[in-house]
Design a protein around this ligand. Structure first.
Ligand code: ADP
Ligand code: MG
Length: 352
């Protein structure tokens, strides 16, 4: 590693808002970044990187993915690897030693931390075992069990969420709400919707959906924060709450947010990074319940796809992450004292 220069590889480089991650690295005042972008799509829009390489999808073969990724790292003398997708985070975490042997540091925590977060059931079990208050929840293994869990969680007086233990991108999220008579889909391209239990049950039967690896928890409404966190061996180094301002509360893509300090959310996220022993970066979805208690909805051991929202509000999380990983002093960024509202727009970049 040369003093003011870092060679960083960012995966899923064609993803939504990836431009912001690369741009944030380029804007660091204390180092210059050579950015390698990789993607499973050979036609990914990677106009903004110094070098682009195509990789196989880790879901097709984790071995083939890792072999190619390491080959690229060797060829381009990569020093830092930042996976931006769930499957890539798991693959890289499982092979952390192979990266370390080459002097490469990855932004993901140890494999057991990443796997624990992948399954929301083991995630809640682990947190409860570590005395973190996650509120009421039930494991669900069938439609019958879902009926019982709904009752235990206060349905029909209160709405309840059913969700896959190992889901992603709001796939299979069902808000069971007695006030909504008919089943109402909430996203056009994936199963996700809202309705009273009788209507939901009919829809599940119609789709042949068994709810065999689900969990149930109260529906906390749309007061939801994305929380960007950096931690060193469990100790929180930076926590940035972003309150979502969505038109569709279940949108899998960020529609805008308000970046703001929030003591309760910051304290809760710090407790979570400690309980999980996060080492690197992670991203939590946290709701505030009606009585003001933070409630974890989801966690992942990677830089959030929408971290650019924090950058636009003046908190350069990707640059702080590189400092953390390369043992440079952090600039000790903080969330803005007064709330800053940000919205996403597409943009042009000059390539020649
Ligand atoms: N209990 C809940 N209360 C309110 N909203 C929820 C709840 N569970 C999930 N959601 C909403 O659904 C989205 C997707 O759920 P999440 O648990 O993050 O699953 P995924 O793994 O699909 O991202 C969340 O970001 C949030 O907007
Ligand atoms: Mg989520």
């Amino acid at each position: 590693m040369t003093a003011g220069h870092v060679r960083v590889l960012v995966t899923s480089i064609g993803g939504h808002f990836c431009y912001e991650v690369v741009d944030a690295l380029r804007r660091a005042p204390d180092f210059s970044a050579f950015v390698v972008g990789v993607d499973a799509d050979p036609h990914a829009r990677a106009w903004h990187v110094d070098a682009f390489a195509h990789v196989p999808h880790p879901d097709a073969s984790e071995d083939a993915y890792l072999t190619r990724l390491l080959e690229i790292c060797d060829q381009l003398r990569v020093e830092v690897v930042i996976p931006l997708s769930e499957a890539e985070s798991r693959a890289v975490a499982g092979a952390r030693r192979r990266f370390e042997e080459r002097g490469i540091v990855a932004s993901v925590s140890a494999a057991e931390v990443v796997f624990r977060m992948t399954d929301k059931g083991t995630m809640f079990e682990h947190l409860e075992a570590n005395e973190v208050d996650v509120g009421p929840w039930r494991l669900v293994g069938s439609i019958r069990e879902a009926g019982k869990a709904l009752e235990a969680l206060g349905y029909p007086a209160r709405p309840v969420v059913l969700k896959q233990r190992r889901g992603s991108g709001s796939r299979g999220i069902i808000i069971v709400d007695a006030a909504v008579e008919e089943f109402t889909p909430l996203l056009p391209d994936r199963f996700c919707g809202r309705g009273a239990w009788t209507a939901v049950r009919d829809e599940l039967h119609r789709r042949g959906c068994l709810l065999d690896a689900y969990l149930a928890m109260p529906y906390y409404g749309s007061h939801v924060f994305d929380v960007d966190c950096l931690a060193r061996e469990g100790s929180p180094m930076l926590v940035v709450p972003r309150l979502r301002q969505y038109i569709n509360p279940l949108s899998p893509v960020n529609e805008g947010c308000c970046v703001t300090r929030n003591d309760a959310i910051e304290r809760y996220a710090s407790t979570l990074t400690q309980a999980f022993s996060v080492d690197g970066v992670c991203d939590f979805d946290v709701a505030l319940s009606d009585d003001g208690r933070p409630r974890l909805l989801d966690a992942s051991c990677r830089l959030s796809g929408s971290v650019g929202a924090a950058v636009a509000a003046g908190v350069n999380v990707p640059a702080e992450l590189v400092r953390l990983l390369t043992k440079r002093p952090l600039l000790e960024s903080q969330p803005p004292a007064a709330p800053i509202q940000v919205r996403p727009v597409p943009r042009f970049v000059r390539v020649r």
